[in-house]
Write a protein that binds this ligand. Structure first.
Ligand SMILES: Cc1cc2nc3c(=O)[nH]c(=O)nc-3n(C[C@H](O)[C@H](O)[C@H](O)COP(=O)(O)OP(=O)(O)OC[C@H]3O[C@@H](n4cnc5c(N)ncnc54)[C@H](O)[C@@H]3O)c2cc1C
Length: 340
């Protein structure tokens, strides 16, 4: 097995040992064995947030592939749906919408599996998954025990969580979501989506309609996985939107999009920084390229190596650093490779 078969970038070298964790028994056994043998083990889901080096990976890759879900419904509190970590995120969202729940519609079309959703607190079009998570059940590799975290214990923040802050410690086994029944979506705060729906920001629309519009926007931007759309042979947004202080912000152009992110800090648009540093859509470096539809996505245009993607990412970082003095950090997890 090669990492290129397991990642949406379709890049990455041979794997010494691969285990498909189709049951919790297999997962826990693999984790215990690796601890006993002090072997390096990488836990992955759908491979949609990974860039993996071209050399052989000298360890075990454990893919979380469990299935199944359980619904407890109460007319007052709504649906409590516990979903196995290996379930495809998009299949779960589609199911929740057809079952009449609201809360996940703006997160339609995000690749990957349910277990990875809390890791970087996935988000899109004004919604973050932490807003609908009730609890997360995980295996603590350090304490060698199962633990259940309530949402407030998960340390969620913008594209981060306790699970991301302590990499390799927790293996997520299932996630419980609390969703409301209803035909109407959550309030739509993302301007582009509100425009597409023909509503004002803050208003609601039909859940199914929101899902359909989100999928259409994603397709236009190459952010929907597709065999035939090379712009989607990526890991989504390569860089995270930087968080900066108010003092730094006043030194930057006034038309740079910004959002308050608490405690006197601001999140600023990484896409804007790239575009205004001279990085252009469709730009190439060997087999790697900037998406032709979305400047934040680095893509595998033509048999790209991880080295080429890293070099392109590094070139983007240098442009933004020299023009604006801002350091862009990858959102994508790098395995067996580095940007420097
Ligand atoms: C076209 C495209 C569009 C995207 N759009 C968005 C978007 O709009 N918003 C967004 O937030 N992200 C987006 N992404 C990024 C990605 O889809 C998400 O981060 C997704 O949650 C990753 O899931 P995965 O199962 O593929 O995880 P992987 O890529 O396999 O793993 C990601 C990280 O999670 C860890 N991990 C995975 N499963 C587990 C588990 N069960 N327990 C412990 N650790 C685990 C891995 O070790 C790794 O560190 C996009 C990616 C692509 C390719």
């Amino acid at each position: 097995m090669r990492f290129s078969d397991l990642t949406t970038f379709r890049i990455g070298g041979e794997i010494r040992r691969f285990i498909d964790g189709t049951s919790e028994e297999i997962i826990l056994q693999a984790l215990t064995d690796s601890q006993v043998d002090s072997e390096s083990i990488e836990v992955i889901g759908g491979g949609s947030n990974l860039l993996v080096g071209d050399a052989e990976f000298d360890g075990t890759v454990l893919r979380i592939s469990t299935s199944g879900s359980q619904l407890d419904y109460d007319p007052c509190s709504g649906g409590m749906i516990t979903v196995a970590a290996g379930v495809e995120w998009e299949a779960f969202v589609a199911q929740s919408v057809t079952s009449g729940f609201s809360g996940l519609e703006t997160l339609s079309g995000i690749p990957g599996r349910v277990g990875a959703a809390p890791i970087q607190n996935i988000g899109a079009y004004g919604q973050e998954v932490c807003n609908v998570i009730a609890r997360v059940r995980a295996w603590d590799r350090q304490e060698r025990e199962q633990r259940t975290f309530t949402a407030s214990e998960c340390g969620f923040g913008y594209r981060t969580s306790l699970f991301k802050e302590e990499p390799r410690r927790y293996v997520i086994l299932d996630v419980t979501f609390q969703l409301k029944k209803g035909e109407l979506s959550i309030p739509i705060t993302y301007p582009e989506l509100a425009r597409e729906l023909g509503i004002n920001e803050g208003e609601r629309a039909l859940v199914a309609q929101v899902r359909e519009r989100v999928l259409a926007i994603r397709k236009r931007k190459g952010m929907l996985l597709s065999e035939s759309d090379r712009d989607s042979w990526s890991a989504g947004s390569f860089f995270i939107n930087p968080s900066i202080s108010a003092e730094t912000l006043v030194q930057l152009p006034t038309d740079l999009p910004r959002w308050p992110s608490g405690e006197g800090t601001y999140k600023i648009s990484a896409a804007w920084l790239l575009e205004h540093s001279g990085v252009v859509k469709g730009q190439r470096l060997g087999g790697a390229g900037i998406s032709t539809k979305h400047v934040l996505a680095l893509t595998n245009v033509d048999r790209a190596s991880a080295r080429e993607v890293c070099d392109l990412a590094r070139a983007c970082q240098i442009e933004v650093q020299s023009k604006f003095g801002i350091s862009l950090e990858p959102e994508v997890r790098l395995i067996n490779c580095a940007l420097a």
